[in-house]
Design a protein around this ligand. Structure first.
Ligand SMILES: [Cu+2]
Length: 313
C-alpha cells in the first residue's frame, strides 16, 4: 500500500510540475503582451496527445491499484493448508469491546491481541451486534465487522511493541471507547505467553470443577474471594461473563484472566485493583451507556468481587 501510495504521489507530482511549469512559461512569455495573443485552433496531433496521455496514465494507476487490491484480498476463507498463517484468530466486535479467540486454544481475550513478530496472522472478523470496523493503523488496513458475514484480514508486524487499535465505524454511544491493543512479542515471548495463559485457564477450570464437587452450600464461604465467587454466581454475572469452568456466555468480556488485562472497559481505565473496584461499583460512571448494569453494590461486596476476580490468574 505504501509503495502504491508513493508511486501515485510521484505520478501526480510529475503532472503537477509539468502543468504548473507550462502555465508559468506561458505567463512569463506573455508578460509584456497587451491585448489578446494569437490563438491556435484544431491542432489534431497535439489534441490526440493530450487526450491519450492522461487516459493512459489513469489506466496505468487503475491497473496497479487493482492488482494490489486483489492480492490484499487474498486471505483464505477456510483454514489455510499451505502453512501461510502461523496464528489464526477470530475477533468479534461487540458494543463496545472486542472478543479475541485463538484457534485451537482455549484462550479468549478481550480488547487485547498477542501476536508473534514477523508472522502472518490470519484474522477472521465478526460482529455480535452492529457493524464495527477493526483497525490497527500501523499494522493493517481497516476491515468491517459485519453481522452474519465474516471478513478476513492479514495482520503482520515486523517490530516488537504495542500497537493501538480501535473501532473505525460508528457503532453507538461508546464507539470512542472501543479500543484495543496489539502486543507484538518475540517468538519465544509469544510462546511463553501462550503456554502461561493456557495453563492458567486450565487451572481455573479445574479449580471450579473441584469446587462444584464438594457441597458448596454446606461449606461456609470464609475467604473474601469465596464470598466474591458466591456473589458472582448469585448476582447474574454468570449470565454475561465467562470464567473457565464456571460459566460460558460472551455478552461481556471473558473474565478468566481479568487480572492480566492491561485496560478495563476497552480502554477507559488502566487495570488495577482500585480501578477494578471503581468499575464494579458503577460501570455507568466510567462508560455511560455500556451494556453492563450498575448493581449498586456496597463497598464490601465490591471488595469481595475484586478479591475473587484478582484470585484468578
Ligand atoms: Cu465502533
Amino acid at each position: 500500500m505504501y509503495d502504491l501510495f508513493v508511486t501515485v504521489v510521484l505520478i501526480s507530482l510529475g503532472i503537477f510540475i509539468i502543468v504548473t511549469g507550462l502555465i508559468a512559461i506561458a505567463l512569463w512569455r506573455g508578460r509584456s503582451s497587451t491585448g489578446i495573443p494569437e490563438q491556435e485552433f484544431g491542432k489534431t496531433r497535439s489534441e490526440i496527445f493530450w487526450m491519450t496521455g492522461p487516459i493512459l496514465i489513469v489506466v496505468w494507476i487503475f491497473v496497479i491499484s487493482a492488482k494490489l487490491v486483489l492480492t490484499m484480498n487474498a486471505v483464505p476463507k477456510i483454514h489455510p493448508t499451505d502453512g501461510n498463517a502461523e496464528v489464526e484468530l477470530t475477533v468479534i466486535g461487540h458494543q463496545w469491546w472486542w472478543e479475541v479467540q485463538y484457534s485451537g486454544s482455549p484462550i479468549v481475550a478481550a480488547n487485547e491481541i498477542y501476536i508473534p513478530v514477523g508472522k502472518k496472522v490470519r484474522v477472521e472478523i465478526r460482529s455480535a451486534d452492529v457493524i464495527h470496523s477493526f483497525w490497527v493503523p500501523q499494522l493493517a488496513r481497516k476491515m468491517d465487522a459485519i453481522p452474519g458475514h465474516p471478513n478476513y484480514i492479514w495482520l503482520e508486524a515486523n517490530k516488537v511493541g504495542v500497537y493501538q487499535g480501535r473501532c473505525a465505524e460508528y457503532c453507538g454511544t461508546q464507539h470512542t471507547w472501543m479500543k484495543f491493543k496489539v502486543f507484538v512479542k518475540s517468538t519465544e515471548d509469544y510462546a511463553q505467553w501462550k503456554s502461561d495463559a493456557e495453563a492458567a485457564i486450565k487451572k481455573t477450570a479445574a479449580a471450579a470443577v473441584a469446587a462444584t464437587g464438594t457441597d458448596s452450600s454446606a461449606a461456609p464461604a470464609n475467604t473474601l474471594a469465596d464470598q466474591g465467587k458466591q456473589l458472582f454466581l448469585s448476582e447474574g454475572c454468570v449470565n454475561c461473563h465467562t470464567i473457565a469452568g464456571l460459566s460460558t456466555p460472551n455478552i461481556g468480556p471473558d473474565l478468566t484472566r481479568i487480572s492480566q488485562r492491561a485496560m478495563l472497559g476497552a480502554g477507559v481505565l488502566p487495570n488495577s485493583k482500585e480501578n477494578l473496584a471503581k468499575w464494579l461499583s458503577d460501570p455507568q460512571t466510567y462508560k455511560p451507556g455500556c451494556k453492563m448494569p450498575d448493581f449498586k453494590f456496597t463497598d464490601k461486596q465490591v471488595d469481595q468481587l475484586v478479591a475473587f476476580l484478582e484470585s484468578l490468574n
